[in-house]
Write a protein that binds this ligand. Structure first.
Ligand SMILES: C[S@@+](CC[C@H](N)C(=O)[O-])C[C@H]1O[C@@H](n2cnc3c(N)ncnc32)[C@H](O)[C@@H]1O
Length: 234
């Protein structure tokens, strides 16, 4: 099954040492199904809150994958904030993509409160509210593994690969602090990406300037200055 550009990019970020990968808010389960096919972890969990999505997805996966398949899989009809991570031993990656940033913040708050000491990696790709999400991740004292900006169907997406783990493991690249407006996402390796980065910066700035005109909230000045200070570099 061919994934969209955004889901392919999420897949490309995934490290190789997870026991459990949770494709949450999975909808029709395209990403999770692909991860089972590719045997990207010993266990792949597909989670959505809507029973009418999970039941046919479960039937589809039963038809596609026999018990002898390399990755074990499981579907869960669950709110992402209630993932039962403690019931499963090993290293966890939780992917949350395709929901609004504000909802993602609420879900993360509950999930991290339920698992205060667990070392969990997340790949997050919200629709909008990136600044608020980044603020919240900083408040959670999370660390950045990687961040990517992409454009698909005329929409811009930031993908944040973050961890609640504080120190780096010896064989892994060092983790860094999360920047309120991002750092790696403003770097481009070719002309196409430079254009995407410049467009995204402009659209984001215009958004906050419009908000400032509408509300006169002085806190927005700080956000605007932070985005203005980003350097688009090749
Ligand atoms: C637009 S789809 C995203 C599909 C896929 N993750 C992607 O990024 O393309 C959003 C899905 O999130 C699910 N959802 C919304 N809130 C949720 C929650 N609190 N817990 C679990 N699933 C949720 C919805 O039912 C819907 O299927």
């Amino acid at each position: 099954m061919k994934l969209s550009k955004r889901l392919s990019q999420i897949e490309a970020l995934i490290g190789h040492d997870y026991t459990h990968i949770w494709d949450t808010c999975c909808d029709h389960g395209f990403l999770g199904t692909h991860l089972i096919e590719q045997q990207r972890a010993a266990h792949v969990h597909l989670v959505d809150i809507v029973p009418e999505l999970i039941s046919p997805l479960d039937d589809k996966l039963k038809a596609l994958f026999s018990n002898a398949h390399g990755s074990k899989w499981q579907t869960h009809c669950l709110d992402v904030s209630k993932l039962p991570l403690q019931q499963y031993e090993g290293k966890h990656l939780v992917i949350i993509a395709g929901i609004g940033g504000d909802l993602m913040i609420q879900c993360l708050k509950k999930l991290l409160t339920n698992h205060p000491t667990a070392e969990i990696d997340f790949i997050l790709c919200p629709i909008r509210q990136l600044y608020s999400l980044r603020q919240q991740l900083i408040a959670f004292d999370m660390r950045l593994k990687q961040e990517v900006l992409l454009k698909e169907n005329n929409q811009y997406y930031e993908i944040l690969y973050v961890s609640s783990q504080k120190g780096s493991h010896p064989k892994e690249p060092p983790l860094s602090c999360i920047n309120p407006v991002g750092r790696e996402i403003w770097q481009a390796e070719n002309e196409e990406q430079t254009k995407i980065v410049e467009e995204y910066r402009e659209i984001t700035l215009q958004h906050y300037k419009r908000m400032l005109r509408g509300t006169n909230n002085p806190a927005l000045n700080e956000i605007i200055q932070a985005y203005q200070a980003t350097n688009v570099c090749k």
